[in-house]
Design a protein around this ligand. Structure first.
Ligand code: NAP
Length: 308
């Protein structure tokens, strides 16, 4: 693959990256998608049910990811599985450097998405994979007829609690405030479930267990009282952090690490664009990631015309 001068290299193969690939290929660009994982789709692969993507109500997230990839494959998009270590920015040529290769390109779209945030509670790291999980759809089946806790109050936490309540004996939803930030429709689903107990105004101070999660220590944020609950598993859903890479001539980021870019995907570095969850934006959803991919390619095309 050495020697090719690409018009566009897309880093990441979640909904934003795959959408950019489809739009880029249809625009006749010489492009390559570099993906870190052996499976395209990004976070959507771990979503049990996607209910808010227009026209695909109730679709399984894994199937959706597969369909997105199949669309790119049908158009003949080239993929390579490597980890990008840096992007070098030159006058008109950029280089995307991986452990084995150095790819030259005129433009780059960074679509590396975001990943689960850590809770930071004692015992979390030690018991990770031993009852502490960040993916209910991946690990939920291990807790059939058991008692689990979900930590967080956003869409992911409530979706996870609803999902787990189908098979678990009991689900505690631990939230640090007295109001959930999850969409109302999800909250309504949650409230209908008799085996879900919401522990309002509580934080987890410790996850306990020897070789496996056995319990959690909680603190009431109102009166500071401490309690312990016996549980078999903990699902942590306290938000996401951007997956950014080490970039020379780095595009500017905001205080949370998201790449500063508007709807057009333009970053502070010429020729480098950002799309999807990795960029500063209001709403991080599949549908907005897909739109970002399309918009970023439009900006790439404009940039290529201008810099001819
Ligand atoms: P989120 O919306 O940022 O929610 C994170 C939750 O974790 C909040 O309730 C927050 O509490 C809590 N939290 C954060 N740090 C904590 C800590 N240290 N200790 C205890 N609790 C903590 O994140 P998310 O639910 O992972 O969702 C991420 C993005 O994906 C969002 O934009 C979401 O809308 C989107 N998403 C959408 C859908 C859908 O529409 N179907 C599905 C999944 C994800 P506070 O509320 O007190 O801040």
């Amino acid at each position: 693959m050495r020697g090719i001068m690409y018009d566009l290299i897309i880093i990441g193969s979640g909904p934003a990256g795959l959408s950019a690939a489809v739009y880029g290929k249809r625009a006749g660009l010489e492009l390559l998608v570099i993906e870190q994982s052996n499976m395209s789709g990004g976070q959507v692969l771990n979503t049990y049910e996607v209910d808010n993507y227009l026209g695909m109500q109730g679709m399984n997230g894994f199937d959706m990811g597969m369909q997105f990839r199949a669309h790119a494959d049908k158009l003949g998009v080239s993929f390579i599985e490597e980890t990008v270590s840096k992007i070098e920015s030159g006058e008109k040529v950029l280089a995307v450097v991986t452990e084995n290769n150095r790819f030259e390109t005129k433009t780059v779209i960074i679509a590396t998405g975001a990943a689960h945030a850590k809770l930071g509670a004692a015992g979390e790291e030690e018991l990770s994979g031993m009852g502490v999980s960040y993916c209910a759809t991946c690990d939920g089946a291990f807790f059939k007829n058991r008692t689990v806790a979900v930590i967080g109050g956003g869409d992911v936490a409530v979706e996870d609690a609803v999902f787990l309540a189908r098979t678990c004996k009991k689900v505690y939803l631990v939230h640090r405030r007295d109001e959930l930030r999850a969409a109302n429709i999800l909250q309504e689903k949650l409230k209908e479930l008799p085996n879900v107990e919401i522990l309002w105004n509580h934080i987890v101070t410790k996850i306990e267990g020897k070789d496996q999660v056995e319990g959690m220590k909680l603190q009431n944020t109102k009166d500071q009282t401490e309690t312990t609950k016996e549980i078999d598993g903990v699902f942590i859903a306290v938000g996401i952090r951007p997956n950014t890479i080490n970039i020379e001539g780095m595009p500017e980021r905001d205080e949370n690490g998201y790449i500063k870019a508007g709807e057009d995907g333009k970053t502070s570095v010429k020729g480098i664009f950002a799309a999807g969850d990795v960029r500063t934006k209001r709403l991080r959803q599949i549908i907005t990631a897909v739109a970002d991919g399309a918009n970023a390619v439009t900006s790439v095309q404009e940039y290529l015309l201008e810099s001819q």
